[in-house]
Design a protein around this ligand. Structure first.
Ligand code: NAG
Ligand code: NAG
Length: 191
């Protein structure tokens, strides 16, 4: 009797072979939605990824910049996330492996690396760049307030000058009237 696998047609054997091969060569795929993200200070950034692999992988997010390098969060698919202390409260991990970093600061600019590790030990990385930009509208608000204050101050000074001028004219007229009271009366009398 011939073994069962020989009974399979050659085409089916090739298909099985391709199936196994593709399973081994494409064990992990990571699709990054946006590899460069720009966000203003205090906003949040979503590092959106689509992971396909066999089994339940381990997810690790790392941060790297010129001056610093540290882990952000690590978890196994479906399990609770272990968030690094300095990111607690402002990092959100998603079931699909994505990461959201909130309340952004300028020093959050840098590279965010995702590492997906399978139970077999094989792993794959994906890297994303985040640049945090300073908020300009706050400066503009301060500038507008400064201009308004300056305008009000100059209006007040102009009012003061006008009042002083009025007062000066009034005093001048009053002193003239006091100095020449007879004149006025003598001038008026003939009428
Ligand atoms: C992953 O999940 C997050 C939160 O549910 C979602 O915003 C994001 O679009 C997802 N990413 C992909 C690639 O599906
Ligand atoms: C969480 O991470 C810290 C530091 O990376 C590690 O010491 C700790 O064992 C981790 N905890 C769990 C439950 O994985």
């Amino acid at each position: 009797m011939r073994p069962a696998w020989i009974c399979l047609s050659q085409n089916t054997q090739i298909l099985y072979f391709i199936f196994f091969l593709s399973n081994y060569t494409q064990a992990i795929t990571i699709q990054v939605e946006r590899s460069t993200i720009t966000a203003p200070v205090q906003a949040s950034a979503l590092f959106s990824v689509d992971i396909t692999c066999t089994g339940t992988p381990g997810i690790t997010w790392m941060f790297r910049s010129v001056s610093r390098q540290h882990s952000i969060a690590a978890w196994t698919f479906g399990g609770p996330a272990n968030v690094t202390e300095m990111y607690e409260g402002r990092v959100q991990t998603h079931p699909n492996g994505s990461l959201t970093v909130g309340d952004l600061r300028l020093h959050d600019s840098g590279y965010y690396t995702l590492t997906v590790t399978e139970a077999s030990g094989s792993s794959k990385d994906a890297c994303m760049l985040l640049s945090v930009t300073e908020v300009l509208y706050e400066d503009i608000q301060y500038f507008i307030v400064f201009i308004i204050v300056l305008g009000l101050l100059s209006a007040f000074l102009m009012l003061c000058m006008w009042l002083l001028n009025k007062l000066h004219n009034y005093i001048k007229a009053w002193r003239q009237r006091r100095r020449l009271p007879e004149h006025n009366e003598t001038e008026l009398q003939p009428l």
